[in-house]
Design a protein around this ligand. Structure first.
Ligand SMILES: Cc1cc2nc3c(=O)[nH]c(=O)nc-3n(C[C@H](O)[C@H](O)[C@H](O)COP(=O)(O)OP(=O)(O)OC[C@H]3O[C@@H](n4cnc5c(N)ncnc54)[C@H](O)[C@@H]3O)c2cc1C
Length: 450
């Protein structure tokens, strides 16, 4: 890294500049799921700092300067760090402010985590539908979707976004909303970090009560019937009910691991909750059931930072009602085999499917289920599992569509094509040409300007 360029940056930059050799370097050079060796990590404390950092990155002379913009640092593909490039770490921009009490408008710094948001909003009796983990960033999760415990009732995280402010590749500060820069606002809701550094998000939060949440566990041998009955029930269940089934978990016994049905009922009426959850309890021989009333913030779990060298390789796809039975049949069979990956199926529908397809760049509105398989371990273990994963997804291929950007361990052209149908991609590329023609923001599911 040129010392004179860094010295110039020091003049304009009020945040920390962390280089190799500094005490903090080891911890800030890695993201949650990836180890890197960036030339420096810049931690802005203001919009002016972000502008200085972007200008510094844009001025570097290498042909493809790796620039990582890190929100919560949870991208499975390791976007939050790189080797030899620059990381803009937004963690100091994490304020959460209720800016309009009457309309529940909340302004959130681009580097905040969902745990910080849940804690800050709880004091106002508010929440934002987000994900299931406290340490995940508002930035990455929102810009590509946001599927969490209130998704069927309140939609994706990006469905609650009302405005965003960003620093573009040219260093301009731009606001996007339904009134200003509408096409950019469309692109930001699903198009990931392609268009600039979002320094603030504004959301319409919703009033929340405590919620019923917990885990209902069934024996592995009942996986097939539990899965089919679960999907049938969710088709007509109240939208307050959102649920995830996890099975074949290698950390809990692989094919012999119990089937866990996690449920959240978004409300505190015990009778309504029991009516919504009851049919799930009747799907098999319940081994354990810890569903109870909890503050919404307590439902979110802490993310775990794995030791260096451990890779997570998730793959995802979506299924509509017509293919749900076939998909669940294949998954139940795959989960019963030795060496199966962790398999999760998330319920969608409800509020997500009521938003028109063209309203945002998130392209999977009509799905009723999202399927996620995850292999984890040292690199060679993940690689050894790849042929079996390819075979499983080959079987699923006739019945599933697309992929969820936030649950992809890689960012190949095929991955990007699965995330964005051609028409969505073309529209995103037009926005990219306007706001990042040189593709400075490329550590993401990249939309190329040309
Ligand atoms: C343990 C765990 C649990 C998860 N649970 C869920 C879940 O329940 N639901 C769900 O939908 N997803 C979930 N995810 C996936 C998660 O949404 C993605 O990993 C997401 O990309 C993480 O965002 P981040 O800001 O933490 O990550 P980062 O790696 O920091 O960022 C991811 C991408 O977004 C860009 N980005 C982040 N912030 C900004 C910003 N302010 N401006 C511009 N670009 C930005 C980055 O440049 C990068 O390309 C989970 C992931 C993990 C590891």
């Amino acid at each position: 890294m040129g010392t004179s360029a860094l010295n110039n940056l020091r003049r304009d930059f009020g945040g920390a500049i962390i280089e190799p050799g500094a005490d903090a370097y080891e911890s800030v050079s890695r993201s949650v799921l990836a180890v890197g060796s960036p030339a420096c990590v810049l931690r802005p404390e203001s919009v002016a700092d972000v502008r200085a950092a972007v200008a510094f990155a844009a001025a570097r002379s290498t042909a493809t300067p790796p620039l990582s913009v890190r929100g919560g640092g949870h991208a499975f593909a390791g976007f939050g760090t790189n080797d030899g490039g620059i990381v803009i770490d937004l963690s100091a921009l994490s304020a959460v402010d209720l800016i309009d009490k009457e309309n529940h408008l909340v302004r959130i710094g681009g580097g905040a985590t969902w745990g910080q948001v849940a804690t800050a909003l709880a004091t106002h009796g508010l929440a934002i539908s987000s994900g299931d983990t406290r340490s995940v960033g508002v930035g990455g999760l929102t810009l590509s979707g946001g599927i969490g415990w209130k998704v069927r009732k309140h939609g994706l995280a990006l469905d609650q976004l009302v405005a965003a402010e960003l620093v573009t590749a040219a260093g301009a500060v731009v606001r996007a909303s339904a009134e200003e820069n509408q096409e950019l606002f469309w692109a930001l809701r699903g198009g990931g970090g392609n268009f600039g550094v979002v320094t603030a998000f504004e959301f319409a939060a919703h009033p929340t009560t405590d919620v019923f949440h917990g885990r209902i566990t069934f024996p592995a041998r009942q996986a097939a019937t539990v899965l089919q009955g679960w999907a049938d029930h969710l088709r007509t269940a109240p939208e307050e009910l959102t649920s995830i089934v996890n099975f074949a978990n290698p950390f809990a016994g692989g094919p012999d691991a119990p089937v866990e049905v996690l449920v959240t009922f978004d409300g505190d009426d015990p009778r309504l909750a029991a009516e919504a959850i009851g049919p799930i309890r009747g799907l098999g021989a319940v081994i354990d059931d810890d569903v109870s009333l909890r503050p919404y913030g307590d439902v979110l779990v802490e993310g775990v930072i794995p030791p260096p060298g451990i890779r997570f390789a998730p793959r995802s796809g979506f299924a509509g009602e017509e293919s749900a039975a076939a998909v669940l049949g294949i998954l139940a069979e795959a989960g019963a085999a030795q060496g199966a990956p962790l398999i999760s199926v998330r319920s969608l529908g409800g509020a997500v499917s009521r938003v028109p397809e063209e309203a945002t760049a998130y392209a999977h509105r009509r799905a009723e289920l999202m399927i996620v398989t995850t292999t984890a371990g040292p690199g060679p273990v993940v690689e050894a599992a790849r042929p079996a994963m390819d075979a499983l997804w080959g079987r699923l291929a006739p019945h599933v569509t697309g992929a969820y950007a936030n649950f992809l361990g890689s960012a190949t052209e095929a991955d990007v094509a699965a995330v964005y149908p051609a028409r969505t991609y073309e529209r995103l590329a037009a926005v990219k040409r306007e706001f990042d023609p040189g593709n400075l923001f490329a550590r993401n599911h990249n939309v190329r300007p040309r």
